[in-house]
Ligand binder design. Structure first.
Ligand code: DX5
Ligand code: ZN
Length: 229
């Protein structure tokens, strides 16, 4: 199915693939290329088999950029950590439905802290797990890889979930954004755009671009331009 995007496509630059010895500069390069958000992947070595960054990295990003900080919590028991990430300067906090037995309460907590509330689903999780929070969440993240690492291949079967969420949005009038994350590049982004996604997270395609992050963001933006006609 083919659903037209109703919101301006946004690019979220995921610092997971950035040069950590020059993180500030990498972020500023992405910003100069036109990135809309900075995406920060938090991994706990339990919910996903990798460890990444904590609130101090969010604080550091806040100091070098005024762009919204989109914090993706790939952690167990996120309620315990949400206030620390909000204090550190997160603009949006996204939790995984697979890690939230009390999802309604978790979304309320994020919203009370004045952050944009996002809910993510892994590739094997159906959209029905989001059904009761479609009117509560600000953003729904359809993972297009199994979370844990940058540089993995895009799983195209997840596009039917993007299309279903886009159709539900069109029918209901709710205004959640639909984000895709994992294996997003100039060659895969148009497929996700046509399915109905409007926030595109990319790490490798931006921060490992041979000509640098600025060129990486520009190439992605070019791929997301509407095709005339
Ligand atoms: C995956 C992370 C992604 C990751 C994307 O677990 O949530 O945000 O950084 O990396 P790429 O764009 O390289 O697939
Ligand atoms: Zn992510």
């Amino acid at each position: 199915m083919w659903t037209k995007p109703i919101m301006k496509p946004l690019i979220a630059a995921s610092i997971l693939s950035a040069d950590f010895t020059a993180l500030g500069e990498a972020i500023q390069q992405a910003e100069a290329g036109g990135a809309d958000w900075i995406h920060i992947d938090v991994m706990d070595g339990h919910f996903v088999p990798n460890l990444s960054m904590g609130p101090r990295v969010v604080e550091a990003c806040r100091r070098v950029s005024e762009l919204p900080l989109d914090v993706h919590l790939m952690i167990e028991d996120p309620d315990r950590w949400i206030p620390a990430y909000a204090d550190a300067g997160a603009s949006g906090l996204t939790v995984h439905v697979e890690a939230c037995p009390h999802l309604h309460r978790t979304i309320e907590l994020i919203t009370e802290l004045d952050c944009r509330a996002g809910v993510a689903i892994n590739p094997a999780t159906p959209t029905s797990h989001l059904a009761e929070v479609l009117d509560q969440a600000d953003l729904l993240l359809v993972m297009t890889v199994n979370p844990g690492y940058a540089g993995q291949s895009f799983i195209s079967t997840t596009m039917r979930k993007v299309a279903a969420l886009a159709a539900a949005r069109e029918q209901s009038g709710w205004e959640y954004r639909i984000q895709v994350d994992g294996g997003i590049s100039p060659s895969t982004a148009p497929t996700a755009l046509h399915a109905g996604a409007d926030v595109f997270v990319a790490a490798s395609a931006i921060f490992q671009h041979p000509e640098g992050p600025k060129a990486g963001v520009r190439a992605l933006r070019q791929a997301l331009r509407p095709v005339p006609g």
